[in-house]
Design a protein around this ligand. Structure first.
Ligand code: NAD
Length: 493
Protein backbone atom coordinates (compact mmCIF):
# COMPACT_ATOMS: atom_id res chain seq x y z
CA UNK A 1 0.00 0.00 0.00
CA UNK A 2 1.42 3.41 -0.89
CA UNK A 3 2.09 6.08 1.70
CA UNK A 4 -0.61 8.26 0.15
CA UNK A 5 -3.24 5.57 0.49
CA UNK A 6 -2.27 4.85 4.08
CA UNK A 7 -2.62 8.52 4.94
CA UNK A 8 -5.90 8.75 3.10
CA UNK A 9 -7.33 5.76 4.92
CA UNK A 10 -6.09 7.08 8.26
CA UNK A 11 -7.77 10.43 7.55
CA UNK A 12 -11.06 8.78 6.65
CA UNK A 13 -10.97 6.59 9.78
CA UNK A 14 -10.11 9.68 11.85
CA UNK A 15 -13.01 11.57 10.40
CA UNK A 16 -15.55 8.80 10.94
CA UNK A 17 -14.34 8.17 14.49
CA UNK A 18 -14.40 11.90 15.10
CA UNK A 19 -18.01 12.12 13.93
CA UNK A 20 -19.15 9.32 16.21
CA UNK A 21 -17.36 10.94 19.14
CA UNK A 22 -14.28 8.74 19.42
CA UNK A 23 -10.72 9.99 19.72
CA UNK A 24 -9.29 11.20 16.43
CA UNK A 25 -6.43 8.72 16.44
CA UNK A 26 -7.35 5.47 14.71
CA UNK A 27 -5.58 3.55 17.49
CA UNK A 28 -6.29 5.53 20.64
CA UNK A 29 -4.09 5.08 23.68
CA UNK A 30 -5.96 3.36 26.52
CA UNK A 31 -5.36 6.31 28.85
CA UNK A 32 -6.97 8.71 26.37
CA UNK A 33 -9.96 6.42 25.91
CA UNK A 34 -10.63 6.29 29.64
CA UNK A 35 -10.51 10.08 30.13
CA UNK A 36 -13.81 11.74 31.08
CA UNK A 37 -15.55 13.48 28.18
CA UNK A 38 -14.51 17.14 28.15
CA UNK A 39 -16.99 18.07 25.45
CA UNK A 40 -14.47 18.53 22.67
CA UNK A 41 -15.28 15.07 21.32
CA UNK A 42 -11.53 14.36 21.34
CA UNK A 43 -11.31 15.90 17.90
CA UNK A 44 -7.89 17.40 18.44
CA UNK A 45 -5.85 15.92 15.63
CA UNK A 46 -2.99 13.60 16.47
CA UNK A 47 0.50 14.96 15.80
CA UNK A 48 0.73 12.61 12.82
CA UNK A 49 -2.31 14.11 11.11
CA UNK A 50 -1.46 17.68 12.15
CA UNK A 51 -3.68 20.20 13.82
CA UNK A 52 -5.46 21.84 10.94
CA UNK A 53 -2.38 21.82 8.77
CA UNK A 54 0.15 22.69 11.48
CA UNK A 55 2.86 20.03 11.78
CA UNK A 56 6.01 19.51 13.79
CA UNK A 57 7.53 17.25 11.21
CA UNK A 58 8.14 18.15 7.56
CA UNK A 59 7.74 14.67 6.13
CA UNK A 60 4.44 14.15 7.92
CA UNK A 61 3.26 17.50 6.60
CA UNK A 62 4.21 16.52 3.04
CA UNK A 63 2.45 13.18 3.39
CA UNK A 64 -0.71 14.84 4.67
CA UNK A 65 -0.59 17.42 1.87
CA UNK A 66 -0.22 14.59 -0.66
CA UNK A 67 -3.41 13.00 0.69
CA UNK A 68 -5.17 16.37 0.53
CA UNK A 69 -4.04 16.82 -3.07
CA UNK A 70 -5.82 13.59 -4.04
CA UNK A 71 -8.99 14.82 -2.35
CA UNK A 72 -8.76 18.18 -4.06
CA UNK A 73 -8.45 16.39 -7.37
CA UNK A 74 -11.74 14.61 -6.61
CA UNK A 75 -13.39 17.87 -5.61
CA UNK A 76 -12.72 19.35 -9.05
CA UNK A 77 -12.67 23.02 -9.94
CA UNK A 78 -15.58 23.73 -7.60
CA UNK A 79 -13.48 22.67 -4.60
CA UNK A 80 -10.57 24.89 -5.71
CA UNK A 81 -12.92 27.81 -6.13
CA UNK A 82 -14.30 27.27 -2.64
CA UNK A 83 -10.80 27.21 -1.11
CA UNK A 84 -9.92 30.46 -2.88
CA UNK A 85 -13.13 32.07 -1.72
CA UNK A 86 -12.35 30.99 1.86
CA UNK A 87 -8.80 32.38 1.76
CA UNK A 88 -9.84 35.68 0.18
CA UNK A 89 -12.78 36.19 2.53
CA UNK A 90 -10.79 35.29 5.64
CA UNK A 91 -7.77 37.41 4.69
CA UNK A 92 -10.12 40.35 4.33
CA UNK A 93 -12.22 39.79 7.44
CA UNK A 94 -9.15 39.08 9.62
CA UNK A 95 -6.94 41.76 8.08
CA UNK A 96 -6.94 44.07 11.11
CA UNK A 97 -6.31 41.30 13.62
CA UNK A 98 -3.80 39.31 11.59
CA UNK A 99 -1.97 42.48 10.57
CA UNK A 100 -1.59 43.42 14.22
CA UNK A 101 -0.49 39.91 15.19
CA UNK A 102 2.10 39.79 12.40
CA UNK A 103 3.49 43.19 13.41
CA UNK A 104 3.64 42.17 17.07
CA UNK A 105 5.58 39.03 16.19
CA UNK A 106 7.99 40.43 13.59
CA UNK A 107 8.27 43.98 14.94
CA UNK A 108 8.94 45.25 11.43
CA UNK A 109 6.79 47.40 9.16
CA UNK A 110 3.65 49.45 9.69
CA UNK A 111 0.25 48.34 10.90
CA UNK A 112 -1.75 50.27 8.27
CA UNK A 113 0.23 48.62 5.47
CA UNK A 114 0.20 45.16 7.06
CA UNK A 115 -3.59 45.42 7.01
CA UNK A 116 -3.67 46.81 3.48
CA UNK A 117 -1.56 43.92 2.18
CA UNK A 118 -4.04 41.40 3.57
CA UNK A 119 -6.94 43.34 2.08
CA UNK A 120 -5.17 43.02 -1.29
CA UNK A 121 -5.40 39.20 -1.29
CA UNK A 122 -8.91 39.40 -2.77
CA UNK A 123 -7.40 40.73 -6.02
CA UNK A 124 -5.07 37.77 -6.56
CA UNK A 125 -5.89 35.70 -9.64
CA UNK A 126 -7.57 32.32 -9.26
CA UNK A 127 -8.98 29.52 -11.43
CA UNK A 128 -10.31 31.98 -14.01
CA UNK A 129 -6.72 32.35 -15.22
CA UNK A 130 -6.45 28.75 -16.35
CA UNK A 131 -8.03 28.79 -19.80
CA UNK A 132 -7.15 25.73 -21.88
CA UNK A 133 -5.63 26.40 -25.30
CA UNK A 134 -7.41 24.63 -28.15
CA UNK A 135 -6.16 23.85 -31.66
CA UNK A 136 -8.38 22.54 -34.43
CA UNK A 137 -7.45 21.50 -37.99
CA UNK A 138 -7.55 18.83 -40.69
CA UNK A 139 -6.02 16.30 -38.30
CA UNK A 140 -8.55 16.71 -35.49
CA UNK A 141 -8.38 18.68 -32.30
CA UNK A 142 -5.81 19.23 -29.60
CA UNK A 143 -6.22 20.72 -26.18
CA UNK A 144 -3.49 22.03 -23.90
CA UNK A 145 -4.56 22.13 -20.29
CA UNK A 146 -3.10 23.56 -17.08
CA UNK A 147 -2.74 20.74 -14.58
CA UNK A 148 -1.26 20.60 -11.07
CA UNK A 149 2.18 19.46 -9.98
CA UNK A 150 0.89 17.92 -6.72
CA UNK A 151 2.50 19.14 -3.52
CA UNK A 152 4.49 22.39 -3.62
CA UNK A 153 7.10 23.25 -0.97
CA UNK A 154 6.95 27.00 -0.29
CA UNK A 155 9.26 29.27 1.71
CA UNK A 156 7.95 32.63 2.87
CA UNK A 157 9.73 35.78 4.08
CA UNK A 158 9.57 37.71 7.33
CA UNK A 159 8.60 40.87 5.49
CA UNK A 160 5.07 39.70 4.54
CA UNK A 161 4.41 36.35 6.11
CA UNK A 162 0.61 35.94 6.07
CA UNK A 163 0.16 37.91 2.81
CA UNK A 164 2.72 35.76 0.97
CA UNK A 165 1.33 32.45 2.18
CA UNK A 166 -2.25 33.57 1.48
CA UNK A 167 -1.38 34.72 -2.04
CA UNK A 168 0.59 31.54 -2.68
CA UNK A 169 -2.37 29.40 -1.57
CA UNK A 170 -4.73 31.24 -3.94
CA UNK A 171 -2.40 30.77 -6.92
CA UNK A 172 -1.28 27.24 -6.09
CA UNK A 173 -4.70 25.82 -5.22
CA UNK A 174 -6.20 27.52 -8.29
CA UNK A 175 -3.88 25.28 -10.30
CA UNK A 176 -4.99 22.25 -8.24
CA UNK A 177 -1.99 21.85 -5.93
CA UNK A 178 -1.56 21.32 -2.20
CA UNK A 179 1.25 23.20 -0.41
CA UNK A 180 3.57 22.87 2.58
CA UNK A 181 5.14 26.05 3.98
CA UNK A 182 8.40 26.62 5.82
CA UNK A 183 7.94 30.20 7.04
CA UNK A 184 10.63 32.56 8.30
CA UNK A 185 11.30 31.66 11.97
CA UNK A 186 10.61 35.23 13.07
CA UNK A 187 7.20 35.23 11.35
CA UNK A 188 6.16 31.62 11.85
CA UNK A 189 3.63 31.94 14.68
CA UNK A 190 1.39 34.29 12.72
CA UNK A 191 1.81 32.08 9.65
CA UNK A 192 0.71 28.99 11.61
CA UNK A 193 -2.25 30.90 13.00
CA UNK A 194 -3.48 31.77 9.50
CA UNK A 195 -2.86 28.22 8.22
CA UNK A 196 -4.83 26.76 11.12
CA UNK A 197 -7.73 29.12 10.46
CA UNK A 198 -7.75 28.44 6.71
CA UNK A 199 -7.70 24.66 7.23
CA UNK A 200 -10.46 24.77 9.80
CA UNK A 201 -12.68 26.56 7.29
CA UNK A 202 -11.60 24.37 4.35
CA UNK A 203 -12.27 21.19 6.34
CA UNK A 204 -15.64 22.49 7.49
CA UNK A 205 -16.74 23.64 4.02
CA UNK A 206 -15.41 20.92 1.72
CA UNK A 207 -14.14 18.18 4.05
CA UNK A 208 -10.48 18.32 2.97
CA UNK A 209 -7.87 18.27 5.74
CA UNK A 210 -4.34 19.67 5.51
CA UNK A 211 -4.55 21.16 2.02
CA UNK A 212 -2.12 23.89 3.04
CA UNK A 213 0.31 22.74 5.70
CA UNK A 214 3.05 24.45 7.67
CA UNK A 215 5.96 23.42 9.85
CA UNK A 216 5.25 24.98 13.23
CA UNK A 217 8.90 25.57 14.12
CA UNK A 218 10.70 26.05 10.83
CA UNK A 219 14.43 25.36 10.69
CA UNK A 220 17.04 24.75 8.04
CA UNK A 221 16.53 21.04 8.67
CA UNK A 222 12.80 21.27 8.04
CA UNK A 223 13.62 23.21 4.83
CA UNK A 224 15.93 20.37 3.77
CA UNK A 225 13.32 17.74 4.65
CA UNK A 226 10.72 19.65 2.65
CA UNK A 227 13.03 19.82 -0.36
CA UNK A 228 13.89 16.13 -0.03
CA UNK A 229 10.31 14.85 0.34
CA UNK A 230 9.25 12.51 -2.46
CA UNK A 231 5.83 14.21 -2.40
CA UNK A 232 7.18 17.68 -3.18
CA UNK A 233 7.29 18.17 -6.94
CA UNK A 234 8.04 21.88 -7.06
CA UNK A 235 9.58 24.53 -4.79
CA UNK A 236 8.58 28.18 -4.57
CA UNK A 237 10.87 30.34 -2.44
CA UNK A 238 10.33 33.99 -1.59
CA UNK A 239 13.29 35.59 0.15
CA UNK A 240 16.85 36.82 -0.07
CA UNK A 241 19.99 35.44 -1.76
CA UNK A 242 20.59 32.64 0.78
CA UNK A 243 17.32 30.83 0.27
CA UNK A 244 17.42 31.32 -3.50
CA UNK A 245 20.84 29.64 -3.62
CA UNK A 246 19.71 26.83 -1.32
CA UNK A 247 16.58 26.17 -3.39
CA UNK A 248 18.52 26.12 -6.64
CA UNK A 249 20.81 23.49 -5.17
CA UNK A 250 17.93 21.33 -3.95
CA UNK A 251 17.79 19.19 -7.08
CA UNK A 252 14.15 20.07 -7.85
CA UNK A 253 12.57 22.67 -10.03
CA UNK A 254 12.46 25.89 -8.01
CA UNK A 255 10.53 29.06 -8.70
CA UNK A 256 12.60 31.72 -6.96
CA UNK A 257 11.27 35.12 -5.91
CA UNK A 258 14.59 36.64 -4.92
CA UNK A 259 16.04 39.86 -3.54
CA UNK A 260 15.92 43.30 -5.11
CA UNK A 261 17.47 46.73 -4.62
CA UNK A 262 15.29 48.87 -6.88
CA UNK A 263 16.90 52.05 -8.23
CA UNK A 264 14.94 55.13 -9.30
CA UNK A 265 16.18 57.48 -12.02
CA UNK A 266 14.76 61.01 -12.22
CA UNK A 267 15.58 63.12 -15.27
CA UNK A 268 14.94 66.78 -16.11
CA UNK A 269 11.75 66.05 -18.09
CA UNK A 270 9.95 64.51 -15.12
CA UNK A 271 7.23 66.14 -13.05
CA UNK A 272 9.16 66.73 -9.81
CA UNK A 273 6.12 66.79 -7.60
CA UNK A 274 4.88 63.49 -9.00
CA UNK A 275 8.35 61.94 -8.77
CA UNK A 276 8.78 63.08 -5.15
CA UNK A 277 5.37 61.85 -3.97
CA UNK A 278 5.81 58.54 -5.80
CA UNK A 279 9.24 57.93 -4.27
CA UNK A 280 7.92 58.69 -0.80
CA UNK A 281 4.85 56.50 -1.27
CA UNK A 282 6.88 53.50 -2.49
CA UNK A 283 9.88 53.78 -0.18
CA UNK A 284 7.82 54.50 2.93
CA UNK A 285 5.43 51.60 2.33
CA UNK A 286 5.60 49.22 5.31
CA UNK A 287 8.79 51.09 6.28
CA UNK A 288 10.42 50.03 2.99
CA UNK A 289 10.03 46.27 3.45
CA UNK A 290 8.75 45.70 -0.08
CA UNK A 291 11.21 43.91 -2.36
CA UNK A 292 9.91 46.20 -5.12
CA UNK A 293 10.26 49.33 -2.92
CA UNK A 294 12.37 52.27 -4.05
CA UNK A 295 15.80 51.85 -2.39
CA UNK A 296 18.00 54.54 -3.99
CA UNK A 297 17.47 57.57 -6.23
CA UNK A 298 19.73 58.82 -9.04
CA UNK A 299 18.75 62.37 -9.93
CA UNK A 300 20.12 64.56 -12.73
CA UNK A 301 22.27 67.25 -11.18
CA UNK A 302 20.17 70.07 -12.62
CA UNK A 303 16.92 68.89 -11.00
CA UNK A 304 18.26 67.21 -7.84
CA UNK A 305 17.66 70.25 -5.59
CA UNK A 306 14.13 70.69 -6.93
CA UNK A 307 13.37 66.99 -6.39
CA UNK A 308 14.67 67.05 -2.82
CA UNK A 309 12.73 70.18 -2.01
CA UNK A 310 9.54 68.50 -3.32
CA UNK A 311 10.34 65.49 -1.13
CA UNK A 312 10.61 67.79 1.89
CA UNK A 313 7.26 69.40 1.03
CA UNK A 314 5.57 66.00 0.84
CA UNK A 315 6.41 64.29 4.11
CA UNK A 316 10.11 63.37 3.88
CA UNK A 317 12.82 64.79 6.13
CA UNK A 318 16.31 65.54 4.84
CA UNK A 319 19.37 64.58 6.92
CA UNK A 320 22.57 66.61 6.79
CA UNK A 321 25.90 64.86 6.39
CA UNK A 322 26.62 64.56 10.13
CA UNK A 323 23.18 63.05 10.71
CA UNK A 324 23.69 60.70 7.77
CA UNK A 325 27.03 59.57 9.22
CA UNK A 326 25.45 58.78 12.58
CA UNK A 327 22.60 56.84 10.95
CA UNK A 328 25.02 54.93 8.71
CA UNK A 329 27.13 53.86 11.69
CA UNK A 330 24.02 52.64 13.49
CA UNK A 331 22.31 51.00 10.51
CA UNK A 332 25.28 48.99 9.24
CA UNK A 333 28.09 46.97 10.70
CA UNK A 334 31.40 47.04 8.91
CA UNK A 335 33.80 44.17 8.73
CA UNK A 336 37.11 43.73 6.92
CA UNK A 337 36.56 43.38 3.17
CA UNK A 338 37.94 40.56 1.06
CA UNK A 339 40.86 42.36 -0.54
CA UNK A 340 40.78 45.89 -1.89
CA UNK A 341 40.98 47.34 1.60
CA UNK A 342 37.33 48.46 1.77
CA UNK A 343 35.22 47.35 4.69
CA UNK A 344 32.05 45.39 3.80
CA UNK A 345 28.80 46.73 5.15
CA UNK A 346 26.01 44.53 6.39
CA UNK A 347 22.63 45.77 7.46
CA UNK A 348 21.94 45.99 11.18
CA UNK A 349 18.73 43.97 11.60
CA UNK A 350 17.61 46.20 14.50
CA UNK A 351 16.82 48.92 11.97
CA UNK A 352 15.09 46.87 9.26
CA UNK A 353 11.44 47.89 8.86
CA UNK A 354 11.56 50.25 11.85
CA UNK A 355 9.65 53.53 12.00
CA UNK A 356 11.30 56.76 10.74
CA UNK A 357 11.40 57.95 14.37
CA UNK A 358 13.77 55.11 15.28
CA UNK A 359 16.12 56.03 12.43
CA UNK A 360 15.83 59.72 13.29
CA UNK A 361 16.84 59.03 16.87
CA UNK A 362 19.95 57.20 15.68
CA UNK A 363 20.69 60.11 13.35
CA UNK A 364 20.24 62.59 16.20
CA UNK A 365 17.41 64.58 14.63
CA UNK A 366 13.90 65.45 15.78
CA UNK A 367 11.22 64.80 13.18
CA UNK A 368 7.49 65.57 13.01
CA UNK A 369 5.26 62.65 14.01
CA UNK A 370 3.82 62.26 10.50
CA UNK A 371 7.22 61.86 8.78
CA UNK A 372 7.04 59.11 6.16
CA UNK A 373 10.63 58.87 5.05
CA UNK A 374 14.13 60.19 5.69
CA UNK A 375 16.58 60.97 2.90
CA UNK A 376 20.05 62.40 2.36
CA UNK A 377 22.47 63.03 -0.46
CA UNK A 378 25.14 60.34 -0.81
CA UNK A 379 27.55 59.14 -3.44
CA UNK A 380 26.85 56.05 -5.53
CA UNK A 381 29.07 53.76 -3.43
CA UNK A 382 27.39 54.49 -0.12
CA UNK A 383 26.15 51.41 1.85
CA UNK A 384 22.60 52.82 1.69
CA UNK A 385 22.88 52.62 -2.12
CA UNK A 386 24.63 49.26 -2.38
CA UNK A 387 22.82 47.25 0.31
CA UNK A 388 19.14 46.24 0.19
CA UNK A 389 18.54 48.07 3.46
CA UNK A 390 14.72 47.83 3.88
CA UNK A 391 14.31 50.88 6.12
CA UNK A 392 12.44 54.18 5.66
CA UNK A 393 15.49 56.06 4.43
CA UNK A 394 16.45 56.67 0.81
CA UNK A 395 19.78 58.00 -0.50
CA UNK A 396 19.74 60.55 -3.35
CA UNK A 397 22.76 60.47 -5.70
CA UNK A 398 23.45 63.30 -8.17
CA UNK A 399 24.39 62.21 -11.71
CA UNK A 400 25.56 64.39 -14.59
CA UNK A 401 23.67 62.60 -17.35
CA UNK A 402 20.97 60.01 -17.93
CA UNK A 403 23.68 57.67 -19.26
CA UNK A 404 25.65 57.97 -16.02
CA UNK A 405 22.44 57.46 -14.02
CA UNK A 406 21.64 54.27 -15.93
CA UNK A 407 25.16 52.88 -15.34
CA UNK A 408 24.96 53.64 -11.60
CA UNK A 409 21.41 52.28 -11.33
CA UNK A 410 22.47 49.05 -13.02
CA UNK A 411 25.35 48.64 -10.61
CA UNK A 412 23.14 49.26 -7.58
CA UNK A 413 20.56 46.74 -8.84
CA UNK A 414 23.27 44.03 -8.74
CA UNK A 415 21.77 42.29 -11.76
CA UNK A 416 19.03 40.85 -9.55
CA UNK A 417 16.72 41.70 -12.48
CA UNK A 418 14.01 42.60 -9.99
CA UNK A 419 12.57 46.14 -10.21
CA UNK A 420 13.60 49.55 -11.55
CA UNK A 421 11.74 52.85 -11.78
CA UNK A 422 12.12 55.97 -13.91
CA UNK A 423 10.50 59.38 -13.68
CA UNK A 424 10.75 60.95 -17.12
CA UNK A 425 8.72 62.10 -20.10
CA UNK A 426 11.43 61.17 -22.56
CA UNK A 427 10.64 57.83 -24.18
CA UNK A 428 14.24 57.36 -25.26
CA UNK A 429 15.42 57.60 -21.66
CA UNK A 430 12.74 55.13 -20.62
CA UNK A 431 13.69 52.69 -23.35
CA UNK A 432 17.40 52.97 -22.64
CA UNK A 433 16.94 52.26 -18.94
CA UNK A 434 14.47 49.41 -19.55
CA UNK A 435 16.93 47.72 -21.91
CA UNK A 436 20.01 48.28 -19.78
CA UNK A 437 18.59 47.12 -16.44
CA UNK A 438 16.58 44.20 -17.85
CA UNK A 439 14.44 44.01 -14.70
CA UNK A 440 11.26 41.97 -14.18
CA UNK A 441 9.28 45.09 -13.24
CA UNK A 442 9.97 48.47 -14.84
CA UNK A 443 7.73 51.29 -13.66
CA UNK A 444 7.46 54.70 -15.29
CA UNK A 445 6.13 57.77 -13.50
CA UNK A 446 4.57 56.07 -10.51
CA UNK A 447 5.41 54.41 -7.18
CA UNK A 448 6.72 50.84 -7.12
CA UNK A 449 3.36 49.32 -6.16
CA UNK A 450 1.90 50.45 -9.49
CA UNK A 451 3.90 47.49 -10.81
CA UNK A 452 1.68 45.14 -8.80
CA UNK A 453 -1.70 46.57 -9.72
CA UNK A 454 -1.94 49.22 -6.99
CA UNK A 455 -2.31 52.40 -9.03
CA UNK A 456 -1.15 50.74 -12.28
CA UNK A 457 -2.77 48.08 -14.46
CA UNK A 458 -2.04 44.51 -13.47
CA UNK A 459 -2.53 41.98 -10.71
CA UNK A 460 -0.95 41.40 -7.32
CA UNK A 461 1.41 38.72 -6.12
CA UNK A 462 3.79 38.71 -3.16
CA UNK A 463 6.16 36.34 -4.98
CA UNK A 464 7.88 37.89 -7.99
CA UNK A 465 10.03 35.22 -9.54
CA UNK A 466 13.11 37.11 -10.63
CA UNK A 467 16.22 34.91 -11.09
CA UNK A 468 14.17 32.01 -12.46
CA UNK A 469 12.15 34.23 -14.80
CA UNK A 470 8.49 33.37 -14.15
CA UNK A 471 7.79 37.01 -13.24
CA UNK A 472 4.80 38.07 -11.15
CA UNK A 473 3.52 34.65 -10.10
CA UNK A 474 -0.05 33.63 -10.90
CA UNK A 475 -1.96 30.31 -11.19
CA UNK A 476 -0.25 29.42 -14.49
CA UNK A 477 3.13 29.59 -12.76
CA UNK A 478 2.15 26.59 -10.64
CA UNK A 479 0.66 24.46 -13.41
CA UNK A 480 2.02 21.85 -15.79
CA UNK A 481 0.89 22.26 -19.38
CA UNK A 482 -0.32 18.92 -20.74
CA UNK A 483 -1.51 18.22 -24.27
CA UNK A 484 -4.39 15.94 -25.24
CA UNK A 485 -4.69 15.04 -28.94
CA UNK A 486 -7.62 13.56 -30.91
CA UNK A 487 -6.39 12.40 -34.29
CA UNK A 488 -8.54 13.03 -37.39
CA UNK A 489 -11.83 13.42 -35.50
CA UNK A 490 -14.07 15.72 -33.48
CA UNK A 491 -13.37 18.80 -35.59
CA UNK A 492 -16.88 19.90 -36.45
CA UNK A 493 -16.19 21.33 -39.91
P1 NAD B 1 15.39 35.81 4.17
O1 NAD B 1 16.17 35.44 2.95
O2 NAD B 1 16.11 36.04 5.43
O3 NAD B 1 14.31 34.67 4.48
C1 NAD B 1 13.38 34.24 3.50
C2 NAD B 1 13.00 32.80 3.79
O4 NAD B 1 14.10 31.96 3.47
C3 NAD B 1 12.70 32.53 5.26
O5 NAD B 1 11.67 31.58 5.35
C4 NAD B 1 14.02 31.98 5.79
O6 NAD B 1 13.83 31.17 6.91
C5 NAD B 1 14.51 31.18 4.59
N1 NAD B 1 15.95 31.03 4.47
C6 NAD B 1 16.88 32.00 4.52
N2 NAD B 1 18.10 31.50 4.25
C7 NAD B 1 17.92 30.18 4.01
C8 NAD B 1 18.79 29.10 3.67
N3 NAD B 1 20.09 29.28 3.51
N4 NAD B 1 18.25 27.87 3.49
C9 NAD B 1 16.92 27.69 3.63
N5 NAD B 1 16.04 28.66 3.94
C10 NAD B 1 16.54 29.88 4.15
O7 NAD B 1 14.53 37.08 3.76
P2 NAD B 1 13.53 37.96 4.61
O8 NAD B 1 14.28 38.91 5.42
O9 NAD B 1 12.51 37.12 5.25
O10 NAD B 1 12.82 38.73 3.40
C11 NAD B 1 13.45 39.77 2.74
C12 NAD B 1 14.14 39.31 1.49
O11 NAD B 1 13.24 38.63 0.64
C13 NAD B 1 14.65 40.49 0.69
O12 NAD B 1 15.85 40.15 0.07
C14 NAD B 1 13.54 40.72 -0.31
O13 NAD B 1 13.94 41.40 -1.47
C15 NAD B 1 13.14 39.30 -0.61
N6 NAD B 1 11.78 39.21 -1.08
C16 NAD B 1 11.56 38.96 -2.38
C17 NAD B 1 10.27 38.90 -2.86
C18 NAD B 1 10.00 38.66 -4.31
O14 NAD B 1 8.82 38.53 -4.65
N7 NAD B 1 10.97 38.59 -5.19
C19 NAD B 1 9.18 39.08 -2.01
C20 NAD B 1 9.45 39.32 -0.66
C21 NAD B 1 10.75 39.39 -0.20
Amino acid sequence: MSAVNETLIRDIVDEILGRIGSPSSATPAPAAASKPDCGCQHRTASPASGQFGVFQDASQACEAAAAAFVKLQRGGIAARQKVIEIVKTMAESNAAEWGRIELEETKIGRLDHKIEKLLGIKGIPGVEWLRPYGMSGDHGITLEEYTPFGVIGAITPSTHSIPTLSGNIVNMVAAGNAVVFNAHPSASRCAALAIRAYNQAIQREIGIQNLCCIIEQPTLDSFKALCASEHVRLLCVTGGPGVVKAAMQAGKRAICAGPGNPPVLVDDTACMQRAATSIIKGAAYDNNLLCIGEKEVFALDKIADQLMSEMEKNGAVRLNSAQLDRLTKAAFTFKEGHGGGCAEASVNKDFIGKDPAVLAQAAGVNIPGNTQLLFAETDGKHPFVIEEQMMPFIPVVRVKSVEEGIVEAKEAEHNYKHTAIIHSHDVEHMTAMARALDTTLFIKNGPCMAGLGAGGEGYLSFSIATPTGEGVTNPKTFARVRRCVMVDNLRIY
